[in-house]
Design a protein around this ligand. Structure first.
Ligand code: BGC
Length: 247
């Protein structure tokens, strides 16, 4: 079965047709920069363009970079404050005419890694942390997701969220060397490790492409590995999430 997977990010909106049995992309992915301001109307237009690009009239799974309670956006996050309270799947369905399943983007990436990637067949507590414009989190116990965790929004000892201190966007904004950023990541992952006692930590998001540059700076007492699907995990997992809902 094929489903169109879409990953809405702070800088780009990416889509591909995904075979949900294997997690493979069946056609080349397409990326459109996230419009600024990223209002609901502007983002919905980009979603429509992507659906038309693939001439897709089937179901769509979409990873979205905010917490979603029963489909309703709980904060504008790194997009725009107008998202607050919007029913995202309804908005995209109205715009395109397709059936939409919308889940948190980090949850989507985690679903892909648990099914096909670094977390496959792993028992116990597995956490996935995505490093990009924001910091996203997904947590699984024996393969089952606890949705909408926001561990990027834990606060550090300066009173700032770890997201504003250690996301990839913080590295760019403050022009941090890999070494300095690595030290911040080390503090963040040690804190997570202490409060969650995971059996495995998976790093995903935009930064997972160059994980070899910083992963050795993170010294935790737990196995820590890059996402196997790298930044495509978000697209694959979004399609998987739609499959589960439709089944
Ligand atoms: C949002 C999360 C999201 C993460 C990564 C955070 O700012 O609160 O919901 O998963 O960014 O996009």
């Amino acid at each position: 079965m094929e489903i169109l997977g879409i990953d809405v990010g702070g800088t780009g909106i990416k889509a591909a047709i995904v075979s949900v049995e294997t997690g493979a992309l069946s056609a080349e992915k397409k990326r459109i920069p996230t419009p600024r301001p990223a209002t609901p109307e502007a983002v919905a237009k980009v979603i429509h363009k992507l659906v038309k690009h693939f001439k897709w009239d089937g179901p769509v799974g979409c990873g979205f970079p905010t917490p979603l309670h029963h489909g309703k956006c709980l904060s504008g996050g790194n997009l725009h404050e107008d998202w607050n309270g919007v029913n995202v799947s309804q908005l995209f369905k109205n715009e395109t005419g397709n059936e939409f399943t919308v889940v948190n983007d980090a949850d989507a990436a985690g679903i892909a890694e648990i099914n096909f990637g670094a977390g496959k067949d792993k028992k116990g507590v597995v956490i996935m942390i995505t490093l990009g414009t924001g910091i996203g989190s997904a947590i699984f116990l024996d393969g089952k997701l606890l949705p909408n965790t926001e561990f990027g929004h834990l606060y550090n000892w300066h009173g700032d969220s770890f997201e504003s201190y250690a996301a990839d966007s913080a590295r760019k904004r403050e022009k941090l060397s890999q070494k300095k950023w690595g030290k911040r990541l080390d503090k963040y992952f040690n804190h997570l490790n202490f409060i969650l006692s995971p059996d495995l930590i998976i790093i995903g998001g935009g930064a997972s492409k160059r994980v070899h540059k910083f992963i050795h700076k993170i010294e935790v007492d737990t196995a820590i590995v890059p996402a196997e699907a790298e930044n495509e995990a978000g697209i694959i997992g979004a399609a998987m999430a739609a499959k589960f809902e439709i089944k």
